[in-house]
Write a protein that binds this ligand. Structure first.
Ligand code: ASP
Length: 360
């Protein structure tokens, strides 16, 4: 798949003929022209494809092997991300994920199934390491789409999930370092000598960070499904929910068109409903790359808060979008250059550079 640069993007999207230099101020298509216009994309014959964020190599391999066994894309994507949820070394998802500001791991996940057009999700779920499995049960065995907190935990336990401590030593130590270096005025201090005076200031390395896995897949029957699962923003306020478990923000799929998802600053995607927008732009004929770039553009243009912008007024936090369409075309894109995503085209996992709006 060819990557297009920003200039070509502006040309091909025909949003405006304005010069690339004014990209920040260009109008963005806020509402798809006719969101209900059914324009199913013709699919390529039984060509499976799966896309994920950069932390999904093993997850994609497993997902593709399940797809090649003729199984449904939903089975494949959930089994794939379960590997990452189980991995204590991935500190952004499931077991071993970084905790909230009180040192408690709270997980968010959602799944969406193209053929049945159903979805399920859980948010702020504690003590259960595979929130994506619980999200699937919400889809399959409830009349709801989203369960949160205590209710989500009770629902999981009723379905036989066992509670466990998700905070690994590594995550606990990272949290404690953050807490000890958060504020010079509080009583929490990192180890220090009697000579030191400036203790407990925020160091760059203790700043909070994001991390998640999204996976979308097209199976051998031409059906689409997707999942997004995360421990969310590290050291968040308890109860904070990002984009990952919100259908339309952190993921979306339409079996006639394509599937999309996001990682990065969830608040931006919540405000922009990025994943549903990407799918709707694809419905209107945009390629996955064009659609992902439009989502980046929308996030960038709609940000009015200076604290979230760099010196040039650009949205400075990371957001990355992933999309595949019914034909098996795919792309990932971020606001700035340097990001990567993974694709499994049925042969092997390949790491690809994300398309972008601005060169870093
Ligand atoms: N989007 C996730 C959230 O905001 C985090 C991430 O993807 O890094 O919770």
């Amino acid at each position: 798949m060819n990557k297009i640069n920003r200039r070509e993007f502006l040309k091909t999207t025909a949003l405006t003929g304005a010069a690339a230099a004014t990209i920040n101020r260009l109008p963005v298509l806020l509402i798809p022209g006719d969101i209900f216009a059914a324009t199913p994309l013709s699919m390529s014959a039984n060509k499976p494809i799966a896309i994920s964020s950069g932390n999904g190599t093993k997850a994609l391999e497993l997902a593709m092997s399940i797809i090649k066994d003729g199984k449904d894309a939903l089975d494949a994507v959930i089994a794939g991300v379960n590997l990452v949820e189980d991995d204590p070394n991935d500190m952004s998802v499931g077991y071993g994920g970084l905790p909230n500001e009180e040192g408690i791991v709270e997980l968010d996940a959602a799944v969406m199934h193209g053929p049945s057009y159903r979805a399920g999700s859980v948010a702020a779920l504690r003590n259960i390491k595979n929130p994506s499995k619980v999200a699937r049960l919400v889809l399959e065995r409830s009349d709801h789409v989203l369960l949160v907190g205590e209710g989500a935990l009770k629902f999981a336990k009723i379905h036989g999930f066992k509670e466990e401590n998700l905070l690994t030593e590594k995550a606990r130590e990272a949290w404690l370092k953050w807490k000890e270096n958060l504020n010079k005025e509080d009583d929490w201090l990192p180890p220090h000598t009697i000579e030191e005076t400036d203790i407990g200031q925020i160091y760059e390395k203790y700043l909070r960070h994001y991390g998640t896995i999204h996976m979308s897949a097209l199976d051998m029957n031409g059906n689409l499904s997707c999942v997004t699962t995360t421990s969310g923003l590290s050291f968040k306020i308890p109860g904070r929910v990002g984009d990952s478990p919100i259908i339309g923000a952190g993921l979306y799929c339409d079996n006639e068109v394509g599937s999309a998802g996001s990682t990065g600053r969830g608040e931006a995607n919540l405000l922009n409903c990025s994943s549903v927008m990407i799918v709707e732009w694809m419905r209107q004929g945009k390629s996955p790359e064009e659609a992902c770039l439009l989502a980046c553009k929308r996030v960038n243009e709609r940000c009015r808060e200076k604290r979230l912008q760099d010196a040039q007024g650009r949205f400075k936090h990371g957001v990355t979008f992933y999309a595949i369409n019914k034909r098996g075309e795919y792309s990932g894109a971020g606001i700035f250059s340097g990001g990567t995503y993974l694709i499994h085209d049925g042969t092997e996992v390949k790491r690809k550079d994300c398309a972008y709006l601005f060169k870093r």
